[in-house]
Ligand binder design. Structure first.
Ligand code: GEK
Length: 245
């Protein structure tokens, strides 16, 4: 089922002061357009979720979509679950997001049960999980809280269960960081964003979206107990890691 979206023009006009980015109603209206034009590889990544689901989903288990936004990953999971007794729990702490997400889920044809929770991921329980998707969400957590959420996911996963963790990353080497950042900006320009939009959005996200290196992510996963993790996808400074319990 396709999700409709207005074109993102939130940062197109000069602003006197740039406040921190929030996932409010104005973002919800343009979200699909915004994420597609800002995150290189986003649609390819989503299109691989069914492959991951079919390999890892277990009978009588739960699948979680943490930071579900409008439910793109939830819908991708919902249509590829090939085991009985599976339900999906989709979580986001933006009520504007969960309201719109609920509309999309209600209109969708699959009958796999989906529970949508408007809550902070830090508050929810994770139990009997065979799949946990965290698609570009951990990057918005306070750095000090990231280890706890990864530990909670590990302990809530069944043996053989999978975590799909997608993140914007930074590079250890400064030159590489600049090189790839320039390519990311070029990607945004190719998608119609002006230099002003790119720079104002960057300022709005500066203290909100804090990327880490692949090494930091892999070490945190290992510490939490994930013996196996692999970067299975990368497009410029956006990656996705698959970790198996
Ligand atoms: C997708 N996964 O389309 N608790 C709950 N939700 C949170 C929290 C938190 N602590 N922090 C951030 N969020 C989606 C895209 S967007 C990524 C995810 C982006 C939510 C926030 O409200 C937003 O909806 C989402 O995480 C991040 O595959 O916009 O770059």
């Amino acid at each position: 089922m396709s999700q409709s979206s207005e074109q993102d023009a939130i940062y197109s006009q000069p602003r006197e002061a740039i406040t921190d980015f929030v996932f409010d109603e104005s973002v919800v209206k343009v979200f699909q357009d915004m994420i597609g034009r800002s995150v290189p590889g986003y649609s390819t990544l989503l299109s691989m979720i069914p492959v991951l689901v079919r390999q890892n989903v277990q009978q009588n288990s739960r699948c979680y979509d943490l930071g579900c936004s409008l439910g793109a990953a939830t819908l991708a999971m919902r249509h590829s679950i090939n085991q009985s007794g599976v339900n999906i729990i989709a979580v986001d702490n933006s009520s504007a997001m969960t309201e719109k997400c609920r509309e999309y889920i209600e209109k969708d044809s699959s009958n796999v049960p989906v529970e949508i929770l408007c809550d902070d991921i830090n508050n929810i329980k994770i139990e009997q999980a065979s799949i946990v998707v965290m698609n570009f969400t951990l990057q918005f957590f306070d750095k000090e809280k990231r280890a706890d959420v990864i530990k909670k996911i590990f302990s809530g996963l069944n043996k053989g269960g999978a975590l799909l963790l997608s993140e914007k990353i930074e590079f250890e080497n400064k030159d590489d960081q600049q090189w790839i950042t320039d390519l990311h900006h070029e990607f945004k320009k190719a998608n119609g964003y002006s230099d002003l939009e790119i720079s104002q959005k960057r300022t709005a996200l500066e203290d909100v979206l804090i990327p880490e290196t692949v090494k930091q992510h892999k070490e945190r996963l290992k510490k939490a107990g994930f013996e196996k993790s692999i970067v299975w996808f990368q497009c410029f400074n956006f990656i996705s890691i698959l970790a198996i319990k």
